[in-house]
Design a protein around this ligand. Sequence first.
Ligand code: FES
Length: 155
Amino acid sequence: MARSNGKGDPQIAAICAIHAASNGPLLPILHDVQGHFGYVSDEAIQQIADELNLSRADVFGVVTFYHDFHRKAQASHTLKVCRAEACQAVGGREVWSAATTASQRSEDVDLEAVYCLGNCACAPSVQLDGRTIGRMSPERVAGLFSAGGHSGAPS
Ligand code: FES
């Protein structure tokens, strides 16, 4: 049962109120808060905990358990680089190193390590905004950053 105290963000209070009567409201609330704000801030975690009469640790634990919840604003693009064995065996380490270096110069692309994109046959693989790209090289991955995430690189 939500117990809004009138403090905090009114949008979060409204989202909590929508889901208050449902069974297990925390995940739907977190999804809606992230859908509205793009991420779940520390302030949102505290407010949701207050609204649901949970501890901050309870809400924080759920947010950090699920990889798809973000705790800060995201860049315009997300580049996932596979760091699993099949990719590592054919140059994935060098791709990751080049991506790490390039990411330090870009605020437009978030870099994430992932462990298999299901594209092992075309390793090393990356995924840019959900589009899997195989046979990646250090030069090509750096180009993804310099193109602002729009490389047009073939898969
Ligand atoms: S190990 Fe990299 S795509 Fe499977």
